[in-house]
Design a protein around this ligand. Sequence first.
Ligand code: DOR
Ligand code: ZN
Ligand code: ZN
Length: 433
Amino acid sequence: MNLWIKNGHLLDPANHCDEICDIYIKEGRVAGIGSLSSDEKEEFENAEVIDAAGKYVMPGFVDLHVHLREPGFEYKETIRTGTAAAAKGGFTAVCPMPNTNPATDCPEMIKRILDIAGRDSKIHVYPVGAVTKGQMGKEITDIAGMVQAGAKAISEDGKSVMDAQLYRRAMEEAAKAGIPVLAHCEDKNMVGNGAMNAGKKADFLGIPGISNAVEDVIVARDILLARETGARLHLCHCSTRDSVAMIRFAKEQGVPVSGEVCPHHFAMTEDEIPSDDANYKMNPPLRSRGDVDMLCQGLSEGIMEAISTDHAPHGEEEKKKSIADAPFGIVGSETAYALAVTYLVKKGYLTPMQLVERMSTNPCRILGVPGGDLSPGMPADITIADMDSVYEIDKNTFVSKGKNTPFHGTRVQGRVHYTIAGGEIVYQYSGGK
Ligand code: DOR
Ligand code: ZN
Ligand code: ZN
């Protein structure tokens, strides 16, 4: 089916296009932009028409960091439900992290994820392979084999590889295979049983703290290893002011490094944690105002190149526990766009075009996959959304199995209306909340 998206405000960083114009989709690809010749127009006479007046038409968002929980934790999420949640959030592609059970740590597991995704997902799934077998930190995985099977990156997400020598060897392998290393930065020995940001709030609630240095020492180490190995290093869920400062410094030195910020880390500080409520627990934790301001500044300047969700669904019972005992993580797929519009665009940190760069163009470049670009011939992965609708986030409307969010009831601006992947409409807003 051909598709004609009319009257929308096109935002395409790749072509510096920031104006109202039509876009035509044929056979899953962008066929043309603006006005077509009369011959070409004929082809679209019977096309399905989307009226995008008053909305932005953008290259599809790409989430570099999600947890789909399959296999192993299907009660939390599945590839089917997690990708449906992502599609609802405007994402046309997601990168599932390897902390499944068994861990995604070999070519067979990468194939298994891709098989399930082929059956159950309407959006692109780019699996991430583990750095060490079973994520035990002892033995490097078959990185080249996993890449051949379809892995687009490696990561030990959920933890750091504490053995720097082993990590250096993995980085060398990744550099050889041409894929990025997505780094979760957390010093295992320093974190102990820390469960929220170290400071007054943690003291008040009597919960062990996680200091900024837990993240910062591993960020510093990984940047040095990237410099030595030439590996493309992407730092996951950066939460501290010094992470931003170190990425800035590394970029100035020409180290191949990039960084992502999650919506909860730019939209919320530890001051907003109302009580011992584990829906406010994630790793790294909500930080202080000074950190949040620096993350927003870093996103604004482009030091921080990507916004990703770290969508981490958990069961309701697990999250009823104290912050001290509950698992880390909150869901993010269905709230990311509105939080980015509300806390970054409306506050003047990002232009609408820069938002598209952080959510689409840059993630694609970091991962080395097509997308983030609406040039004729490119895959028709498109998100249509507004930046004006005002509403309250309601966790009961989530299609994710996880309802664990600290943003339930938060007033936001910006709604996704259509998500189109490979020319197919994979999500359409149908009114209501
Ligand atoms: O908050 C988090 N949740 N951080 C992680 O590193 C892991 C993730 C999860 O898997 O739940
Ligand atoms: Zn992580
Ligand atoms: Zn994660």
